[in-house]
Write a protein that binds this ligand. Sequence first.
Ligand SMILES: [Zn+2]
Ligand SMILES: [Zn+2]
Length: 110
Amino acid sequence: MEVYRRFINTEDQSSNVGKENIKKHGSYGALLFDNRWKEKRAMILARDLNKCVICGFDEKLEVHHRQYHYLIEVKKFKVPWDYSEKLLITLCNSCHQRGHSKFKVPIIYL
Ligand SMILES: [Zn+2]
Ligand SMILES: [Zn+2]
């Protein structure tokens, strides 16, 4: 359990986390094929030395968002590459899936 501390950013959860009535964000789908995401992803992988930050595995790596940001004014989630680097971490696919099954990613309303 302890190793999953990094899965979500616990410092910065404001009180408006967890409001209902906005559909579950889940997957970014096609946006993950965008070049801007590929660049951001490559940057995060390099920063984390191409290893899962939880178990150190160096294959099947994915970049996880520790928060999702919903922009109230435009009624949309931020695009995946528009997050600060501190909210993105490298995980192997099994730590990633396990993390998502244990924790709900906080949604921050901006
Ligand atoms: Zn891992
Ligand atoms: Zn994730």
